[in-house]
Design a protein around this ligand. Structure first.
Ligand code: DC
Length: 225
């Protein structure tokens, strides 16, 4: 079966997961959140006390890790670390930063590549991340580069955290976002960058409904749905 794949790349906090989830549910596609896979690796290394910057340590421990992805009946993605569901544990600010650093190691990216490609071979997918259109699925049916100014992304992240009852200081969140942008765009392997054949959607001045409608139109045209 020939599958349809929609790659959505972009910086932290651009709204990729919210948009991708909505699109997947409207199109009946599977949503693959690749950031969660890197977060799982970061969480594992953290449990073993391995610094995400310690290349030797990461290399030594990576063979002890098996990462699984499962989907529940609502289509929600669950991350399985050595048989344990860690879906809820990987969503902290600390793991966000560590995942950004962990994802720079070649052994980590190599280990996860086939898993991502296999999902796109089996299912119609909306896959979001940093290198989906450039490395993971260079032949994706549609490539979107979702972005927004760092200030808008920080403001949205603060609102999200406050809504969850967590403390959030705008200046701190903005600094973390800028640091992650720097790390994700400056690493040697598969850095975040726009693929040449990607369509840029700047969401700074758009709400979620508008973004979903715009991308849906692009996908329907390109994939002939
Ligand atoms: O999308 P996210 O914030 O959950 O991703 C966490 C980190 O994982 C991100 O800062 C960089 C890394 N990542 C990556 O290198 N490649 C991807 N395809 C997805 C995420």
């Amino acid at each position: 079966m020939k599958t349809v794949s929609v790659a959505i790349d972009g910086p932290a906090g651009a709204g990729k997961s919210t948009i991708a989830r909505r699109l997947a549910s409207q199109l009946g596609f599977r949503y693959v959140d690749t950031g969660a896979i890197y977060r799982t690796v970061a969480y594992f290394m953290d449990l073993w006390g391995v610094s995400p910057k310690d290349a030797d340590g990461v290399n030594r421990y990576i063979d002890e890790l098996t990462v699984g992805i499962e989907y529940d009946e609502d289509g929600l993605q669950h991350m399985i670390m050595n048989g344990m569901d860690v879906t809820g544990d990987i969503r902290t600010q600390d793991i966000s930063q560590k995942a950004s650093l962990i994802s720079a190691h070649a052994c980590v990216r190599e280990m996860l590549l086939d898993m991502q490609r296999d999902l796109a071979k089996q299912y119609n997918v909306i896959m979001d991340g940093r290198d989906i259109g450039t490395v993971v699925l260079p032949k994706a049916t549609v490539k979107i580069f979702l972005t927004a100014s760092a200030e808008v992304r920080a403001k949205r992240r603060c609102e999200e955290l406050l809504a969850k009852g967590q403390k959030a200081k705008y200046e701190t969140v903005l600094k973390e976002i800028q640091q992650r942008d720097y790390q994700d765009t400056h690493r040697e392997i598969a850095p975040l960058k726009m693929a040449r054949d990607s369509i840029k959607v700047d969401t700074s001045e758009m709400n979620v409904d508008e973004v979903v409608a715009e991308i849906l139109k692009i996908v329907q045209e390109k994939a002939g749905l």
